[in-house]
Design a protein around this ligand. Structure first.
Ligand SMILES: Nc1ncnc2c1ncn2[C@@H]1O[C@H](COP(=O)(O)OP(=O)(O)OP(=O)(O)O)[C@@H](O)[C@H]1O
Ligand SMILES: [Mg+2]
Length: 250
């Protein structure tokens, strides 16, 4: 298989156990996953199922105990921290479950930072930041500090920051986690728009409405993939309910 035929993301046999204060948590118990270029995949499932752990493994933020990860056909699970950090600037944009904005940097600086770290000239970073913030409805908030923004606005800044380097892959963990239904609809619309332009997205959410914007929904349960359903394989989608929304066992 040539590199260009390879799935953008391929994981095989992923296992991760957390060893904290209490009993070990078997968060990911053997996951095989392929994501093709341009796919919009939602991973959904109950709290504690291991969704964030899976996303952290795929973004190199945590190391699997077992299994392999390939990005564009290239073996990634052996990469050093430094290499992962570089690739997270180039190839993988991440929206975290709890925003992780830099609280003492302005909105503009938060969004420009990954571009500057990736070596983009300041002028170009500024242009990219302006475009994204305008697209996300945040013009006029450039000079605000994250603490001065609503939860929904912070979510959108986090999305802008993840997308500023045009990463081929966007990993988003509950990007509407703290939003009301209007905010959720907005995030859904934004993700759909980026998807229509070819952005590959892996979205973790326990929100069935948000998941329904994806063209493939993976149900994650107890560290494993319990179901994997493609929604755009021609009408009508087999596993979808009357509303077109996948019936999730959450
Ligand atoms: N750093 C950690 N140390 C110890 N246990 C952890 C750690 N991170 C996660 N866990 C445990 O691993 C399991 C999976 O957690 P994870 O955060 O991946 O779930 P989740 O599906 O993202 O849940 P939620 O929907 O609430 O965000 C849980 O039992 C959790 O308590
Ligand atoms: Mg989580």
């Amino acid at each position: 298989m040539s590199e260009s035929d390879a799935p953008l993301l391929r994981a095989e046999g992923l296992v991760k156990t957390h060893h904290g204060e209490g009993a070990p948590a078997h968060a990911v118990r053997g996951v095989d996953l392929r994501v093709r270029r341009g796919e919009f995949v939602a991973v959904t499932g109950p709290s504690g199922a291991g969704k964030s752990t899976l996303l952290h493994l795929l973004g190199g933020l945590q190391r699997p105990d077992e299994g392999s990860i390939r990005l564009d056909g290239e073996r990634a699970d052996g990469w050093s921290e430094a290499r992962w950090a570089v690739e997270r600037r180039r190839r993988i944009g991440i929206v975290f479950q709890f925003f992780n904005l830099v609280s003492d940097l302005s909105v503009a600086d938060n969004v420009e930072l990954p571009a500057l770290l990736a070596g983009v000239p300041p002028k170009k970073a500024r242009v990219a930041r302006r475009e994204l913030l305008a697209e996300l409805g945040l013009e006029g908030k450039e000079r605000s500090m994250p603490g001065e923004l609503s939860g929904g606005e912070q979510q959108r800044v986090a999305l802008a920051r993840a997308l500023v380097n045009h990463p081929p892959l966007l990993l988003a963990d509950e990007p509407a986690g703290s939003l009301d239904s209007r905010g959720t609809r907005e995030v859904m619309r934004l993700l759909s728009r980026f998807h229509q332009r070819g952005q590959t997205i892996l979205l973790v959410t326990h929100d069935a409405r948000l998941a329904s914007a994806a063209d493939r929904v993976i149900s994650f349960f107890d560290g494993r993939i319990a179901d994997d359903a493609t929604l755009d394989a021609g009408p009508p989608p087999r596993r979808a309910g009357a509303s077109g929304v996948l019936e999730l066992r959450d």
